[in-house]
Write a protein that binds this ligand. Structure first.
Ligand code: SF4
Length: 339
């Protein structure tokens, strides 16, 4: 579709370890619209980050894309040479990683790190690159930008380092920004400032964002649509309002039920964790990957993988409960959100 900047079609990525093939991403398809924010949520190990690394083609050995297409503006990144990918990374697609301290070079001044992508991808002079670097630091609301360019990363607070990482990612005006858990290592106040910053930048620059997170609160604040991953597959995809008000997959419901709610009354409300542990991706279960932990699991769930059911135009979910013959069909009786 013309409105999509990125279309992932049937992407599969595996890690070929000495124990066998770890199927980290299985048959994943989704798209990102121009100027929109897509959230990818799920527990650790669900395949979120590997999906992002596959899009950027920066998987480390023994990881390998084993199938599917990554269409960026209609062109398959899987078919690009390493040289072509180097030109795309940082220029057209940028990525922010979750730990700004380990992602920045501790012995290089912030200004030198900010000018590096500019010098690599454009023919800009060092002097103009420094000017642009100061503009970028101001854009991410770091005060005294020119002076800060001479600082080393350890002289920045955690929040400032994350802002500097965002500035670095924005250096060449990318059309797609992939942010992998950009707020995980930060305190709550700084988290909320960084999310507000990403939202402002998206509006100002009109870029598309993929936001990888395990935090549904962050999703509610900034995302337009959401992909829910579990066991290396997509369980549900929907506009953000549908995820919060009309979720149709037991795993999504489990995630929603495990969010703390501030009710204002004195009643103690208990969080409801999802019991059990994620599947072993060396030997994923033959049926639904969520079956061993699902309160609604039926015999068929352990034997055969469910197909996607289209609930509305942009809402699909992969669960046997949505099958028209399911005894406890979610769609017929309404989903069981208790809160
Ligand atoms: Fe649960 Fe079965 Fe649906 Fe999987 S397919 S989420 S096991 S009900």
């Amino acid at each position: 579709m013309e409105d999509n900047i990125l279309e992932i079609k049937n992407l599969s990525t595996s890690f070929f370890t000495h124990l066998g093939e770890v199927k980290a991403v299985r048959d994943v398809s989704f798209s990102v619209e121009k100027g929109k924010v897509l959230g990818i949520v799920g527990e650790s190990g669900s395949g979120k980050s590997v999906t992002a690394l596959s899009c950027m083609r920066i998987l480390q050995e023994p990881g390998r894309i084993v199938g599917g297409e990554i269409l960026f503006k209609g062109e398959d990144l899987g078919k690009k040479s390493n040289k072509e990918m180097r030109a795309i990374r940082g220029n057209d697609i940028s990525m922010i990683f979750q730990n700004p301290m380990s992602s920045m070079n501790a012995v290089l001044r912030v200004g030198d790190q900010l000018t590096e992508p500019l010098m690599e991808h454009t023919s800009i002079s060092k002097k103009d690159a420094m000017k642009r670097a100061a503009e970028l630091l101001s854009l991410v609301q770091i005060p005294d930008a020119e002076k800060r360019l001479r600082a080393y990363p350890h002289e920045f607070s955690g929040g400032m380092r994350q802002r500097a990482m965002i500035a670095m990612a924005l250096a060449c005006d990318p059309e797609l920004l992939i942010a992998d858990e950009p707020t995980t290592a930060l305190d709550v106040t700084t988290q909320s400032q960084i999310i507000k910053l990403l939202s402002d930048i998206r509006e100002k620059l009109g870029m598309s964002i993929i936001l990888i997170t395990h935090d549904l609160g962050v999703v509610a604040e900034i995302c337009d649509s959401v992909v829910v991953m579990y066991g290396s597959m997509i369980m549900e995809e929907a506009p953000v309002d549908d995820i919060f008000h009309n979720a149709c997959h037991p795993y999504t419901l489990g995630l929603l039920n495990s969010i703390p709610v501030v009710t204002g009354d004195s009643k103690n409300t208990r969080l409801e964790p999802i019991p059990g542990t994620p599947p072993n991706l060396l030997q994923p279960p033959p049926g639904c990957p969520f079956a061993p932990r699902c309160a609604y699991a039926m015999k068929v769930c352990t034997e055969k993988a469910p197909q996607n059911t289209q609930i509305s135009d942009n809402h699909r979910s992969m669960c046997w409960l949505l099958h028209e013959d399911a005894p406890d069909n979610f769609l017929k009786r309404g989903n069981p959100i208790v809160r």
